[in-house]
Design a protein around this ligand. Sequence first.
Ligand code: SF4
Length: 697
Amino acid sequence: DSKDFDSETESVCPFCGVGCKVSLKVKDGKVKSVEGINGPANEGRLCVKGRFGFDYIHHPHRLTKPLIRRDDAPAKGLNVDPGNLGTHFREATWEEAMDLAAKGLVGLKDEHGGRSVAGFGSAKCTNEEAYLFQKFIRQGFKHNNVDHCTRLCHASSVAALIENVGSGAVTATFNEIENSDVAIIIGSNPIENHPVAATYFKQFTKRGGKLIVMDPRGVGMRRFAEEMVQFRPGADVSMLNAIMNVIVEEGLYDEAYIEKYTENWEAERAHLAQFTPEAMSGICGVSPEQLRRVARIYANGKAALIFWGMGISQHIHGTDNSRCLISLALMTGNVGKPGAGLHPLRGQNNVQGASDAGLIPMFLPDYQSVMDDGIRKSFTDVWNSDDFSNEKGLTVTEIVDQVYAGNIKGMYIQGENPAMSDPDAGHAREAFAKLDLMIVQDIFLTETANYADIILPASTLYEKNGTVSNTNRQVQRVRPAVAPPGEAREDWKITTELAQRIGLHWGYTDVSEVFNEMKLNMKSLDNITWERLKTETITYPSLHETDPGQAIVFGDGFPRPEGRAKFTPASVIAPDEAPDAEYPMIMTTGRQLEHWHTGSMTRRSKVLDAVEPEANCSLNPRTLKLMGVEPGDMVRLSTRRGSIVIMARADRAIAEDMVFVPFAYVEAAANILTNPAIDPYGKIPEFKFAAVRVEKA
Ligand code: SF4
């Protein structure tokens, strides 16, 4: 009953990239309940995280005052109880903390140059906050060493999409599946990671749509699939090339589409000749018969969508994996028409928007190259500032390496937790301990904040104003349902004040001013206004001022030379480290339904932590039996980077030589084990494949 609440506020779920619209019911200054409402991505639906995972915002661990590392603090490390500052930090006023932060940043710049400072922004913040963060580094320090978690997520997908179709965003919303007759879900586990999107996929199969699920794990969507293709980890390119080989050999490609809208087909076609199903079956572990069946189902569909996740992107050949998916769609004419397209499912609530807003080292907002003098000038004209570097900046893992090497001495980290999320997290933690100045802006004393010198208390999505953009390119307003606790502040206000204190002439007094500044150099926001967003969700591009936006793009050519998309052939590259006698199994990582990313929010949510309270990994029951391990026993997982002890679960869907480890648990952090080797194009680490030894603990 609405009388039970003091207020109801519409906003957007803070977790995954689906971007479900919610109504927050508030009583006595606290969010008491969350309901799904009628947003275009969720139509009233919510998953367990969106419905029950809100109480973290009132958790006693919330940071309510700025903190400064004590002069007599012990050496930096992961030894702070998040509810107890102990001897590490002391409370400070905003004046003292901001003064120290600004003087520290300016001091490093004066003594060592602007490149001694780098920044990680956040996909958990709004578009406006992401825009301001990249502007802070570029304008304040004159370089592009600013990045965020997209580097660990879909950077390789974006690299391949920009290269071959001219734009990094999805070509069709996931809701378009209502117009499809065939869909592929590959390297993605939407029932756990994009649960509301998964409801649309299930409805599609109920209507008779043919679903092909491809994954080294037998993920939950297999129950709805016409074909479940369980291939060897890391063998994506061999499998996808074999499927395309069949389409060529059997003449199932769309010659008219290829002729009209693409380039480089002959090279692709010649390249594919060697990848026969018989030749590739031994590499990818899929029978020639199944490869042929899948090729025929996909190519004979009238309108087919491809969805992919981190299983595709988080490899040293992640860009090649996406190139194959793009080629598959192009050769069958499955882009730019209802029910057809390419859709990398985004992991974080605003990773699409933060990337669009320029929180990446090679691109300014709207993926405009930092190397282009005219583009940089269009930004510095608006910013009323000097030019900055025309070199692509360093990515997340490259920045950490430069911190380790002592070349980067100061970092400003907003709402990201790289001490948990970076590959080879032990190395990242050692690097952060070396920094002269680490400013962390966050809502909790995260694992990363443990290494900070200054901690600035920030706000959750339910405490702020702004916009976010979901996996569907849908721009939506978020609104404050409650005030930040204590002295905590909205992130855009903190960045603005810090910018002023390092000498930048920023005068924003309302977040809508930031949005309007973004529009000056972001064509994707054409026809999207702050006024419209008060009542509408708008999908970009929006073609006129009453257009709700385009669910499908590239119906008549691509934003590339001559309007043509490109085929880029991909060769088979082995994973960076092969299993051997010492590390004989394969480890892969990911999320699970109840916990989100590094767990800083969901593990502080009573319901979610009650449902899934303990660090766990999944192994095949036969593997457990051979090891003499019962489900529930502890096992030790070791790689060349380190080892963790974690509870083992039995899961028949895991291959016998694999172990799956969620990365949300600090007490058994999966990323202590992961391989930091990166894809040469997207610079994304190989989270999905590491050689591992599993022993009874
Ligand atoms: Fe939130 Fe994603 Fe769940 Fe929707 S599907 S409620 S956006 S976590």
